[in-house]
Design a protein around this ligand. Structure first.
Ligand code: 5GP
Ligand code: ZN
Length: 113
């Protein structure tokens, strides 16, 4: 998707603080962190949101969650973290490239809902 900001970050056209990359997924720090540890893990393939996800995306979506704990721990979230996927207008989604927020830090996070 040529006009997608996260596709541009994945392609290296927009700078980011990269956390992790493999053939299928990419992780980078949120530009406006909500906590001391705040990064996002995304599929390299453009999927706009969970509304567009289907069975063909099972493997990559599973890979993101299967990697989340390792990456969170490596970033310093060693005592827990929150995992958030915002979907659509009501879900507060701002960037329409599916992303999983990983949010943690030394202190207990306040309630989100
Ligand atoms: P959403 O509300 O869509 O779940 O969250 C999008 C997130 O992307 C926001 O937390 C926002 O701070 C982050 N973000 C938006 N633009 C950029 C950018 O250009 N670079 C980075 N690293 N994060 C961004
Ligand atoms: Zn994209």
């Amino acid at each position: 998707m040529s006009d997608c900001i996260f596709c541009k970050i994945i392609a290296g056209q927009i700078p980011c603080k990269k956390v992790y990359e493999d053939d299928d997924i990419f992780a980078f720090h949120d530009i406006n962190p909500a906590a001391p540890v705040h990064f996002m893990v995304v599929p390299k393939q453009h999927i706009a949101s969970l509304y567009e996800a289907d069975q063909s995306h099972q493997a990559v979506l599973g890979k993101i969650l299967a990697k989340a704990g390792e990456l969170a721990r490596a970033q310093g979230a060693t005592d827990g973290f929150r995992t958030i996927i915002n979907t659509g207008r009501v879900g507060g989604q701002e960037v329409y490239h599916l992303h999983v927020h990983i949010i943690g830090g030394p202190d207990r996070l306040g309630p989100m809902i």
